[in-house]
Write a protein that binds this ligand. Structure first.
Ligand SMILES: [Zn+2]
Length: 414
């Protein structure tokens, strides 16, 4: 059956190009922040393709765009395919979009081949996966699993507009969330295809990979306090300089997270500030963020303990004091063994042997995994670049990923 049923790579390429025109930047990237005019225009375009593919289209109260094709049993749990079409500021054209366009392609291929199936299929473009406009992402998928908070809903952007305001102006009713929440058992499986956003598939010369799990981030905030003073008068040996202490701690973080090259642990200091902050002032306090990720929660938490120990040691030696706060400790998400096995069979039938790899980035799939079996397919992207106008995945690779998505879907919708 799979031999006669092939996805249309050219159609997907044309759709990706058309979608890439909405919010296009001079560098050929896309700037399509969630619920902006561009995002709404993109939703309209994608809704049209969903209809063309034979789906009924609606939007839930969280702004998720949902296309549905019924199977022979409308009561049977849904096979859901999805990703997102919003972008980061000046982002790339493939992040999220290939999962939505690939999902639509799977349904359109099934329709065109007249394949009957039992389970309904839904393709979802989740609202605000990326999160930079309203300072938190995974909005639509969080809503769909019933974990939306008033704080997230009403969080304003820099202009004072919230997602609540935007959804209301679109005629949706975010106060009436219950209608849009899916219960465990309603979704049989959630499948997401996404660009890898990392360098491994390219290094392994593989067009597609199967994701084993999504790393859980832990976010720390570290403040080191010393003694502020005059940059010209305090002798070096009399200083209690928290900036020099921070430099040592940051290098320790790099060493701790890189100590086992076979582990996927990563640690990043992405934000740092000195107070009072003057060119001729020894800082009194330095504050910085730490983002640590791993698919093994124990190993990640062990890294946090080692960082804490490094902070203590540096502070003791340098006469500093420290405040270490762990603001977030998200659980890593594991992909379903059954779904991974189905993807391997699907890929094998197509002559592919996809490597298994972890996702360092978060995805809507993390939320869906709380109420359904979940699996992800990664598509090779050039040099691992993403969130950047240079982001690129070839039509051949996207087509290969979509073939795996189609064959996996066919196994689940029977
Ligand atoms: Zn994405």
């Amino acid at each position: 059956m799979n031999q006669v049923c092939k996805v249309n790579g050219k159609r997907m390429e044309a759709r990706l190009a058309e979608l890439g025109e909405i919010g296009k930047t001079p560098e050929n990237g896309v700037h399509r922040l969630a619920l902006s005019a561009e995002d709404k225009q993109a939703q309209k375009l994608v809704a049209g393709w969903m209809k063309e593919a034979g789906m009924m289209v609606r939007q839930d109260h969280f702004g998720n765009l949902i296309g549905r094709k019924e199977g022979t049993d409308p009561q049977a749990p849904v096979v859901m395919l999805g990703s997102h079409i919003d972008s980061v500021p000046n982002g790339g054209r493939y992040d999220g979009t290939i999962g939505v366009i690939g999902g639509i392609e799977v349904v359109q291929t099934i329709c065109e081949a007249n394949i009957t199936h039992t389970h309904p299929i839904e393709v979802v473009a989740f609202c605000d996966e990326e999160g930079p406009r309203f300072y938190s992402g995974l909005f639509g998928s969080t809503g769909m699993i019933g974990k939306m908070t008033q704080e997230k809903l009403h969080m304003p952007d820099d202009e004072g507009i919230s997602r609540y305001d935007e959804l209301r102006s679109m005629g949706l009713d975010p106060d009436n969330q219950q209608d849009s929440v899916r219960k465990p058992g309603e979704i049989k499986v959630y499948l997401e295809m996404h660009i890898e956003q990392g360098p491994y598939l390219q290094a392994m010369n593989a067009p597609v990979g199967i994701v084993t799990g999504i790393a859980g981030p832990a976010w720390l905030n570290i403040k080191l306090h010393g003694m502020a003073g005059h940059a010209g008068t305090v002798p070096m040996n009399m200083r209690r300089d928290p900036m020099s202490g921070a430099a040592e701690v940051i290098l320790a973080i790099e060493k701790i997270c890189g100590s086992d090259p076979s582990a996927p642990t990563v640690g990043t200091v992405g934000k740092i500030a000195a107070y009072p902050g003057g060119q001729n002032v020894i800082p009194g306090t330095v504050e910085f963020s730490v983002d640590i990720r791993d698919t093994d929660e124990g190993r990640r938490d062990a890294a946090i303990s080692q960082i804490q120990a490094a902070v203590d040691e540096v502070c003791k030696r340098r006469g500093l004091t420290a405040e270490v706060k762990v603001n977030e400790r998200a659980k890593p998400t594991l992909c379903s063994e059954q779904v991974m096995a189905a993807m391997e069979r699907a890929a094998g039938a197509l002559g592919l042997t996809p490597p298994k790899l972890v996702s360092g980035a978060g995805h809507d799939a993390m939320c869906l995994a709380e109420i359904a079996d979940m699996g992800m397919i990664f598509v090779r992207c050039l040099d691992g670049i993403s969130h950047n106008p240079k982001e690129y995945a070839s039509q051949e690779d996207i087509t290969a990923g979509t073939e795996v998505l189609l064959a996996t879907t066919l196994e689940y919708v029977k």
